[in-house]
Design a protein around this ligand. Structure first.
Ligand code: 15L
Length: 268
């Protein structure tokens, strides 16, 4: 991969990738709807609104691979999700195709399957069970990836990211934590592995309490370094300060499925 485009450069994951990816990929174009506050001289940055195809086409020019972190990264109104994540994601795949981009790594999310119970271990081949409008948009992004891979030969890797950060924040995150360096490994597999056509991996470190079967990622050589159990005591201490969530505490997506939940109140 010579030239890489990373969208969502000003977001939480994007900011961290700006520290980690340049050592591996020297020629990166960063993009976001707003300029990152700490943009350094010499960094290739192009502002773009993902909802505008012409702007997305401009940032894809001359690019070999895309890491698509852009969009709205939590639950939002339908209008926000439609514009940033659904139209934005369609524009990214379409612009990538038109520009002859070879590979896309799409930041999907655990919220594509957040309605699965924590008691169930799931692989990447289960029926999707999104837990929010945000989760639906991630399912859409995965489906678009499959379409552009099968119909147009784009090589696409979807990462169902758990919770990205330096430490697992609470008990739920002990199961889904993703250490930043492990995300870098997954991105590299997506951008470089010769056998990628269309794949889904869970974006998770080596978490003993996992509820995901991530053997598909291991098949491609993924060797996560992060171990959530090393942080169990602090995650449990943080959990003790949180109010119980009778719905979300049983479900993989946590507060996302319990937010706006009223299935129990409707007459059947
Ligand atoms: C996500 O997909 C979000 O982007 C992030 O902000 C967290 O909410 C994370 O999921 C999570 O499930 O903890």
């Amino acid at each position: 991969m010579s030239k890489i485009l990373v969208t969502g450069a000003a977001g939480g994951i994007g900011m961290r990738m700006r520290q980690l990816l340049p050592a591996i990929y020297p020629d990166i174009r960063w993009s976001d709807i707003r300029e990152p506050a700490d943009l350094r001289p010499g960094e290739d940055f192009m502002q773009a609104d993902l909802a505008r195809l012409d702007e997305v086409e401009a940032i894809c020019k001359g690019v070999d691979g895309i890491v698509h972190l852009g969009g709205f990264s939590v639950e939002g109104s339908w209008e926000t999700i439609l514009s940033a994540n659904i139209i934005g994601c369609r524009n990214m795949y379409e612009a990538a195709y038109r520009a002859g981009v070879k590979r896309v790594v799409f930041a999907s999310s655990n919220h594509a399957v957040g309605f699965y119970p924590r008691s169930q271990t799931i692989g990447v081949d289960v029926t999707v069970r999104p837990d929010s409008r945000y989760g639906v948009s991630k399912v859409f992004g995965e489906a678009m990836g499959a379409l552009y891979a099968d119909k147009h030969g784009l090589r696409v890797t979807c990462l169902r990211i758990g919770n990205f950060g330096d430490v697992p924040l609470d008990v739920r995150r002990l199961s889904i934590w993703l250490k930043p360096e492990d995300l870098v490994q997954l991105i590299r597999i997506g951008l470089e592995h010769p056998d990628i056509h269309f794949e889904i991996f869970y974006g998770a470190s080596d978490n003993a309490a996992t509820w995901w079967d991530n053997s598909n990622a291991y098949k491609f050589g993924y060797k996560p370094a992060g171990r959530a159990e090393d942080f169990r005591a602090q995650a449990e201490a943080a959990q003790a300060k949180l109010a119980p969530d009778p719905v979300g505490d049983k479900l993989q997506g946590g507060t996302y499925p319990s937010d706006e939940y009223d299935a129990d109140k409707r007459a059947r």
